[in-house]
Design a protein around this ligand. Structure first.
Ligand SMILES: *[C@@H]1O[C@H](CO)[C@@H](O)[C@H](O)[C@H]1NC(C)=O
Ligand SMILES: *[C@@H]1O[C@H](CO)[C@@H](O)[C@H](O)[C@H]1NC(C)=O
Ligand SMILES: *[C@@H]1O[C@H](CO)[C@@H](O)[C@H](O)[C@H]1NC(C)=O
Length: 496
């Protein structure tokens, strides 16, 4: 830069201005992103021994482990697919994931529909049990899990973490009916810290579906899944241990003696929803009502050796707030579980897509219909169909240089044959959120490999279920912050 001040003649400045306006008014150049073409891979297998020995040295920020353990709780997550890594092909694993995804969307839809129009109570049914909480380990019950110690001394088992449910529960011996899980079933009689919740206790009254075991005088819980299966047993408090050393006492959890589910392997579930009995709500007094996670898809091109993590407490909120796109956290008055945000629009290639209408994406508080939730247990983002179609058409219009792969793939209707390419340019996709935040997704979060022969699909789908869902493929690589203290949801890029 020259030191001498540059003072252009006024008329030439005016001419320049005209030129800029002219170019913008005509056709803005398409904004592009580069996608590295990486074929579908198998997820890394999970080795339990290795997993348990995972180092404790992955502290957040610069805090030492000691301070961290006072204010925050931090541990690693694994993707459900890693359990299948050695038994199925990448394609099979991916198709199973899409099947689970359908079940997930259906269970969310059902939960919201039931809340909007509760079925009439039928007194001939099991008295007092009519849970509207969809939870548990059915097909669509959550994609990430962690190894957690239960009781004293701690017995370790896998538990699914799920933003789409509230109740914490696990299978317990003796079983009337239990599904198979990979670790021995927890036996409360062998734990020093297990305590049944008495009938009539405040905790028991907070359950949506509570009963009383008159013989033991203990509170009974029941949780029904969207697909009709249930878990039922004794509501209790117990100590949970995280990362081999961090103990959280008196967590209210269901000890399920009668459980039907389809998910073999996990022992139970840690509900992360907004409801008052969810894990973050329970530990909120001690840690602050905030948590964040970062989900890494080890099968994707962007995957590094980093693993997915979750943080509860103050450290969950990144200090570099300028890097975080925050938007108000909304709540559906009909169902308090889900984390709603307001999506105000989408841009493709730098231009707002006119057909993505706020009216198709807004939550109607009087009916509980509509709206957009952020969910860890859904993989592919679902948008209200008209919004999806407008987005897809805009994307297709920006990818005329790519070879289309006719016929689509599973729920995807827009796919490309990228065979022989090492990288391609695709239009940018930006989510606009209430409050003015914009989230410009990395290309690998919306054009994804679906097989090992270079078919890539646009990873959004339309839905008629009445609710739109931001799924975990679109969240990959972001630190997703659920800050209930400030009623906001944040997305921080490169946050893993
Ligand atoms: C309750 O359910 C039973 C069997 O499922 C049915 O026969 C009965 O009519 C129902 N009662 C009411 C009030 O809906
Ligand atoms: C990351 O993983 C690759 C392959 O598994 C390995 O070669 C490399 O050393 C790892 N890098 C780090 C920093 O651990
Ligand atoms: C993709 O294109 C290549 C040639 O570029 C072709 O050989 C291959 O069969 C195509 N794949 C599919 C699934 O059509």
């Amino acid at each position: 830069m020259a030191d001498t001040p540059f003072l252009p003649h006024l008329s030439s400045l005016f001419f320049l201005l005209l030129l800029v306006v002219h170019v913008n008014g005509r056709s803005k150049p398409l904004q592009l992103r580069t996608l590295l073409v990486t074929l579908l891979r198998s997820p890394e297998a999970l080795l339990p021994e290795e997993y348990e020995a995972q180092s404790l040295a992955t502290a957040v920020g610069s805090q030492s482990e000691a301070t961290l353990s006072l204010s925050s709780l931090h541990f690693d997550l694994s993707h459900r697919d890693s359990l299948l890594a050695q038994t199925a092909s990448p394609e099979q694993i991916f198709l199973l994931r899409l099947d689970r995804d359908d079940a997930r969307v259906e269970s969310v839809r059902q939960m919201l529909a039931e809340a909007a129009a509760p079925p009439p109570r039928n007194v001939t049914g099991r008295k007092g049990f009519s849970s509207k909480v969809v939870s548990g380990l059915a097909q669509g019950s959550g994609e990430y899990f962690a190894r957690i110690g239960i009781g004293t001394p701690p017995r370790y088992a896998y538990m699914v973490l799920d933003t789409g449910s509230d109740i914490v529960w696990l299978q317990c011996a003796p079983c009337r009916r239990c599904y198979s899980q990979s670790d021995p079933i927890f036996d409360p009689r062998r734990s020093r810290t297990y305590a049944a919740v008495p009938c009539g206790a405040p905790l028991c009254r907070r359950l949506d579906a509570a009963g009383c075991n008159t013989r033991r005088r203990s509170c009974q819980y029941q949780v029904s899944y969207g697909d009709g299966s249930v878990t039922t047993g004794e509501y209790s408090t117990e100590t949970l241990t995280f990362r081999r050393s961090f103990r959280v006492p008196r967590v209210a959890l269901g000890c399920g003696h009668d459980d039907e589910g389809l998910f073999v392997a996990a022992a139970g579930l840690l509900g992360l929803g907004q409801g008052s009995l969810s894990f973050p709500s329970q530990i909120g007094r001690r840690f602050g009502r905030m948590f964040s996670y970062c989900l890494v898809d080890r099968t994707s091109a962007g995957a590094t050796n980093r693993s997915s993590t979750v943080v509860f407490g103050k450290s969950a909120v990144p200090r570099a707030s300028s890097r975080v796109a925050y938007t108000p956290m909304l709540r559906n008055p009909k169902v308090d579980t889900f984390y709603y945000i307001e999506l105000t629009g989408v841009s493709v290639g730098g231009t707002r897509v006119p057909g993505v209408l706020t009216s198709d994406l807004r939550l109607d508080p009087s009916t509980g219909r509509g709206g957009v939730i952020v969910d860890s247990g859904t993989s592919v983002t679902r948008l209200a169909r008209p919004a999806y179609e407008a987005l897809r058409d805009a994307f297709k219009a920006g990818t005329t240089g790519l070879k289309a792969s006719p016929g689509g793939f599973s729920l995807f209707d827009t796919c490309y044959n990228l065979s022989g390419r090492t990288e391609v340019k695709v239009p940018t996709v930006v989510l606009h959120l209430a409050g003015g935040s914009a989230v410009s997704l990395p290309a690998e979060n919306y054009l994804i490999p679906v097989d090992t022969s270079a078919t890539f699909c646009f990873a959004f789908a339309g839905t008629d279920s009445g609710v739109s869902i931001i799924g975990n493929i679109q969240q990959q690589g972001y630190r997703v912050v659920f800050d209930r203290e400030k009623s906001r949801v944040g997305l921080m890029p490169r946050g893993c």
